[in-house]
Design a protein around this ligand. Sequence first.
Ligand SMILES: [Zn+2]
Ligand SMILES: [Zn+2]
Length: 208
Amino acid sequence: MKTAKPSPDTAAPHGHAHDHDHAHEAHDHRHGEGGANGADGAHGASLESALAMAEAYCRERGEKLTPIRRKVLELLLTSGRATKAYSLLDEMRQIHPGSAPPTVYRALDFLLSAGLVHRIESINAFTVCHDLTQCQHGILVVCQQCGNVTELHEPKLRQALVAQIEAAGYRLSGDGIELKGVCAQCQAAQAEAAGADSAQAVKATAQS
Ligand SMILES: [Zn+2]
Ligand SMILES: [Zn+2]
């Protein structure tokens, strides 16, 4: 289950000039309601409103969500999970046959620096930030099998973790805190496969 996409009722990005690097400011945004639309990916109205919100967010920062940046963001919103750069490029090429890799990478770089998108290091993929109204990112839990990403917005938990890390003499090198996991759907699929296996005494190594 996904957490908040930018949703119509949480619209109006307020005061977003905050810098994502100021990781220690305790901005206590609430983000309860928007989170429950549970669908995979954003569609129709919610997709449009998420894009409109991203556009407003960029405008506030004095930057521009150009058509290509917007398209890449739209592809990520529609996918609803972490997506590899080359899949994004493939999709771009279906829309704009001439799309070159640098075009897509530059758009991704922009979206990353704007904080609209996360790079998921463990599976080398990208996903939309699940809540544009957060001044700092949450803790990402990433399914290593299907790329499902859930962003936990627990500022206190994050701060406690960062405090421990700093007490140990470290400074985080990015604003992403990423945990590896296997999502509920993939666990269910695994359990099913394991059940089928023991019934048939067949090895499942060839399954994907
Ligand atoms: Zn985020
Ligand atoms: Zn999964």
